[in-house]
Write a protein that binds this ligand. Structure first.
Ligand SMILES: [Zn+2]
Length: 124
């Protein structure tokens, strides 16, 4: 762990990936360069967006290079599956899920309409 003082200094660098400042992202997060579950201790500042992407293994090759990780070794840095308690869902997660569900439903309805419409046209 870092002390508050250390963290104040570290976070002045901004998000390690995009460089956004603490204030502009509503608070930078402490990202473990190596997951805590794998005894990682090095802390780097990341904005909430990149922290989430990092932990999910979604950072791109160029983004990984910015934080000094060889893409080949990326997996080694990720948290172990099932490590720690599942994170509580945020309102944004719910919103995202609802968006996806709606998109799925709309696509299905669209496909069905196409099928029906195609059939109808064939009959005429
Ligand atoms: Zn960022």
């Amino acid at each position: 762990m870092v002390t508050k003082l250390e963290w104040d200094v570290i976070k002045k660098r901004g998000c390690a990936v995009c460089g956004k400042s603490d204030a502009s992202v509503g608070g930078l997060e402490k990202a473990h360069l190596k997951a805590k579950s794998k005894n990682g201790t090095q802390i780097i500042p990341m904005c909430p967006t990149h922290h989430k992407k990092f932990d999910k293994g979604l950072l791109s090759e160029s983004e990984l290079k910015k934080i000094g990780i060889d893409p080949v070794n990326y997996k080694k840095y990720l948290p172990k599956k099932g490590a720690g308690a599942p994170k509580p869902k945020t309102a944004y997660d719910e919103y995202e899920k609802a968006q996806k569900d709606t998109a799925k439903k709309m696509k299905k309805a669209n496909d069905e309409t196409k099928k029906l419409f195609g059939r109808k046209l064939g009959l005429i």
